[in-house]
Design a binder for this molecule. Sequence first.
Ligand code: MN
Ligand code: MN
Length: 356
Amino acid sequence: MHRTDRTTLAHFLIDATRRRTDFGSDAAALLLDVAQSCKTIARLVAMGALGDALGKAGVTNIQGEEQARLDVMSDSIFQRAAEFGGHVCAVASEEQDEPVPVPPHYPRGDYLLLYDPLDGSSNIDVNVSVGSIFSVLRMPRPGASATIADFLQPGVRQVAAGYAIYGPCTMLVLTIGEGTAGFTLDPALGDFVLTHPSFFVPGATKEFAVNASNSRFWEPPIRHYVEECLAGIEGPREKDFNMRWIASLVAEAHRILVRGGVFLYPRDNRQPRRAGRLRLMYEANPIAFILEQAGAAASTGTQRILDVEPTELHQRVPLIFGSREEVERIEALHGAASGASPDTPLFNARGLFRVG
Ligand code: MN
Ligand code: MN
């Protein structure tokens, strides 16, 4: 039975502008432009090999990653929609070295838009869910030409953040700072329709997601945490855990938003030492905002993600997010590791972990 009383994304946003003095129609219009970009990308992705958009673009981005053709196409879809809309001053993308100012022949708005236009694109050929991630900041110097420094704001200052997930159905998950809502694309209507008014991530979970092939590079607190999970009901956690790994950030975040769990992409000791893999400004910050607004937590292991003061547009951070109890436990292990003597009971518990 088709319901006729559903709320569209446009109605949801208009309602917010009527209730809130700090959320204007320009912010709503910007988010509708972003949603339009996501619909266009959803269609491209859904065409698969029929769309003539698969394969490599033959170039690498600033991260040294080989770009897929869909990365390049998705990037220009986001950029063109944002430029034309008149609500942003400049955009910054995973696929562009520097921020891109709105060209002079378009009106300049008061916002900065950051995005990972296609997340998980290395999974596209195997038909695993991919997504787009975005973050909206206020331009600190309205009217001026945006510089990198204008973008380097901590995640707590985000006005809105969201992702689209291109899975069996296309969804848009959005926070404007009053909870996290999910919209499902009705392909016949061409509208995102509110289907998940308020996500809530339970505090306890039995699922963790980590790329265990990196375990030899992990720092002690992460090794300790995962060993505790693997020890299951006989271990200190006294419950059996399941492990998940999709290697697609949006897909991992979405699973955790829907049914709980914890995701870890920690710092590791590879040479050269890597401060995690995921990017702060257009991956960790928006995902952290979305998750926190759904009652979950996001941390580097030692610090709340949203409090990290950015120093570079493309900076990487360790990223741990999900059910509160797990994130807090991982942070406690980091505290114990940095502050404590090897006698700390945690580190000798049942001989699971030896310091040094
Ligand atoms: Mn990504
Ligand atoms: Mn990407």
